[in-house]
Design a protein. Structure first.
Length: 563
């Protein structure tokens, strides 16, 4: 598998790495890691971390590990592990033979904990979870020491051994670090290192009934793997002193440097894994790969490309302060990438029948249409033309307003790659008065797209042959939420869901060149946007997801609302 190219842009993290390389720190090595917890599918925020960690290792000729920080059996599964492996590979990165699991280190972590107990730096505490929270104090008041803080080393070792043996029920005891209950950093107020959890682990089964806390396992896993730069998001900034404390107290051979950067916050969606799980469990999303979701698998199904996501992550850069990135920025990266590589085809989403009265019945022509007007090397396809066609409903108006240049009674337009046609009559539904069919005449001298007499038309519209086109279902995806920041304080983010985040069109028609399309194929539907074939497609109906519009129409809607 080929590696994605590394970023050459500069940022404060690369400045740190450059200085370390200059001074010979870590013997000139650069070793990073992407360490997700396998309790959900990775999203676009994870993509930023993936691109950063793998990008730095590539840029400096180092290594990047993929490690599952699987310290909590509740909610973790092999399904999530497989999604992480699949999505990192899809983004274009390769970790070689360096796939690790924190659960690989359970025995070693346990022995580290025993060492801290023996050194008087950890103790078994028998307070309940609520009592521990109560004793912890607040941001303005120091915490209180646990009545079990002065347990002897021998008693704590005995209890910890029995905890491992399964003698106690969940919540009976925990192992805590003995640090400082008066520390201004609440994280340092005797944090829990181990808890009893009699749950089956997806990898280790029932071998263990005590599990290390993330903060304890994470730093030591980094050290075990020889990581040089432990790059994480900003919410772990307060945990950095604890990261260093564990490594210092254990006097490990290798002490990585933790560096924090701002996480990715994207407008009109949510990045909290807990909230994404809620969307899935409540059936609001049709699964983790729902194209409305900001998950990597959802974006892949929608038609986003790994190149576009990597480009987006590089463009937004690495910052020290959190900010909200506009969804339009991501969509523009996707649009730019798809514009280069997507073949052009014609599809009609809301069909209106057109009958060309003076075109011979039974006659069929084939127009040679390029797949990309700027890239002849992409070739062309044959598009059949016949007496009866479909055009978009919005490309016809019986009583058009000013500045409407498409088809109307008595008006002439050009059919894409084909003839000039003029509307001469309409057929209406007798019950509703809705136009259900329009009749036109064509000028056979305009097949080249130009009229011999030099007359011009104001619009060119797309079409498909009624007899030769194929049925299709098209899903028009939009923003998942109707406000830029659905996580406003004191509100339920669910109430901000966009009721029009997806519109399903069942009676669409596509040109026959797409008959052999397979899931994942990407196209530009001329004049309509970029679309991707969905796995729901069958022999009877081809399903497409709209990946992105041809331009940022959402921004215009927002500006109109503001006005």
């Amino acid at each position: 598998m080929s590696q994605a190219r590394s970023s050459k842009s500069s940022d404060f993290i690369r400045d740190i790495v450059n200085e370390d390389m200059k001074t010979g720190k870590h013997q000139g090595r650069v070793a990073t890691r992407f360490p997700p917890e396998p309790n959900g599918y990775p999203h676009i925020g994870h993509a930023k971390s993936i691109c950063l960690n793998f990008g730095i290792s590539l840029q400096y000729g180092g290594t990047c590990n993929l490690r599952m920080d699987d310290t909590d059996p509740a909610g973790e599964s092999m399904e999530y592990v497989e999604s992480l492996i699949r999505d990192v590979k899809w983004l274009g990165f390769d970790w070689g033979d360096r796939l690790y699991y924190a659960s690989d280190y359970y025995e070693k972590l346990y022995q580290y904990a025993v060492t801290l107990i023996k050194r008087g730096k950890a103790y078994v505490c028998s307070l309940s979870a609520d009592e521990i929270r109560e004793y912890r104090g607040t941001f303005t008041e120091p915490g209180k020491e646990s009545p079990f803080r002065d347990r002897s080393v021998e008693e704590s070792l005995d209890l910890f051994t029995r905890m491992r043996a399964g003698e106690f029920e969940d919540g009976t005891h925990v192992l805590r670090a003995r640090i400082d209950m008066a520390s201004p950093n609440i994280t340092m107020r005797d944090p829990v290192m181990y808890r009893i959890k009699k749950e089956t682990h997806y990898r280790t089964g029932d071998t263990w009934c005590i599990y290390p806390m993330y903060d304890f396992a994470h730093c030591l896993s980094d050290s075990i793997e020889g990581i040089t730069h432990s790059i994480c998001t900003l919410e772990f900034e307060n945990n950095r002193p604890l990261y260093d404390w564990f490594l210092d107290q254990l006097q490990v051979d290798h002490h990585p440097q933790q560096i924090e950067f701002a996480r990715l916050n994207l407008s009109y969606t949510v990045m909290s894994k807990r909230k994404l799980i809620e969307l899935v469990e409540k059936g609001i999303a049709r699964g983790w790969d729902d194209p409305q979701m900001p998950t990597i698998s959802g974006m892949r199904r929608r038609g986003y490309t790994p190149e576009a996501i990597r480009d987006f992550c590089e463009r937004i850069g690495v910052a020290k302060n959190d900010s909200l990135v506009e969804m339009a920025f991501l969509e523009n990266c996707v649009r730019e990438d798809l514009n280069e590589e997507s073949p052009r085809v014609m599809a009609v989403l809301r069909p209106l029948r057109v009958v060309i009265d003076n075109y011979p019945e039974g006659r069929v022509e084939e127009f040679d249409c390029p797949y990309h007007p700027q890239k002849p090397e992409m070739g062309s396809r044959k598009v059949p033309f016949s007496r009866e066609l479909y055009i978009e409903q919005e490309d016809f108006m019986e009583n058009p307003p000013k500045k409407y240049y498409r088809l109307a009674p008595g008006r002439e337009v050009r059919l894409r790659y084909g003839y000039f046609v003029k509307c001469v009559n309409v057929v209406k539904d007798p019950n509703t008065g809705e136009v259900i069919e329009i009749h036109c005449t064509f000028d056979p001298e305009t097949k080249s797209g130009f009229a011999p007499d030099g007359r011009k038309v104001d619009a060119t519209i797309h079409w498909v042959s009624a007899a030769h086109s194929l049925p299709a279902e098209v899903r028009l995806y939009d923003r998942l939420f109707r406000v830029a920041n659905p996580l406003r304080e004191g509100t339920d983010f669910i109430e901000f869901l966009n009721p029009k985040s997806v519109e399903i069109l069942m009676n669409c028609r596509i040109e026959p060149s797409m008959k052999e399309t397979v899931p994942g194929d990407k196209y530009q539907f001329e004049r309509l946007g970029y679309f991707c074939t969905d796995p729901d497609s069958s022999a009877n109906i081809i399903v497409f997801n709209r990946t992105v519009t041809l331009r940022d129409t959402w921004a215009k809607i927002v500006e109109k609302k503001k006005a």
